[in-house]
Design a protein around this ligand. Structure first.
Ligand SMILES: Cc1cc2nc3c(=O)[nH]c(=O)nc-3n(C[C@H](O)[C@H](O)[C@H](O)COP(=O)(O)O)c2cc1C
Length: 173
């Protein structure tokens, strides 16, 4: 055993997983009444290339979680280094995340965050509960990438990715 304790509390879980550096994304959707919803996530993971699948883990009972599973559609907006304010806006519980925000429209009028580092437009392939979250697997229908730098998240803080000029790993392209 590496650790010293037999049980893991939520604070230890969040703190330890917070050492896994990630990007930051906002998942957006439009519910069946046409109301836009969105929330900030860092649980985004690529699942499969053929077919193209990704997943996000969304807290059970959040408005965006219900809107995504019921509408069956969402957009993943991967945020740029200049969009920390967007990450904070879409992480505030219970607020109208879209108030005063200009959005663009993706497929089926799903709102998207303008000037994001990348967009992936998805249909819900599967969704299932796991603990206190819903794992949503998305089938990617469209992708779009932009120039710029990504927003990073590590140990509970936003940050920048420093490019030290390493060669890409051989299998990447
Ligand atoms: C950097 C960051 C990453 C987050 N990642 C997730 C996540 O992956 N899944 C999740 O359910 N909530 C995540 N949250 C919290 C949600 O953004 C927040 O609870 C949400 O906006 C609440 O939305 P609601 O008003 O629809 O309930 C994250 C927050 C931040 C700041």
């Amino acid at each position: 055993m590496i650790g010293t304790r037999g049980s893991v509390d939520p604070v230890a879980m969040r703190r330890t997983m917070g050492r896994f550096a990630t990007g930051v994304a906002v998942v957006t959707t439009r519910d069946l009444d046409g109301v836009p919803h969105g929330m900030t996530v860092n649980s985004l993971t690529s699942v499969s290339l053929e077919p193209p699948l990704l997943l996000v883990c969304l807290t059970t009972g959040a408005r965006s979680t219900d809107a995504i599973t019921s509408s069956g559609r969402f957009v993943v907006n991967i945020l740029s280094a200049r969009q920390e304010h967007i990450a904070l806006r879409f992480a505030r519980r219970g607020e109208d995340h879209f108030a005063g925000l200009a959005v663009t429209q993706g497929r089926h009028r799903v709102p998207a965050v303008p000037d994001a580092f990348a967009h992936l437009e998805c249909d819900v392939e599967r969704a299932f509960e796991a603990g206190d979250h819903v794992v949503v697997i998305g089938r990617v229908r469209e992708t779009c990438e932009r120039e710029g730098e990504p927003l990073a998240f590590l140990r509970g803080r936003f940050g920048d990715v420093v490019d030290r000029g390493h060669e890409p790993v051989s299998w990447f392209f």
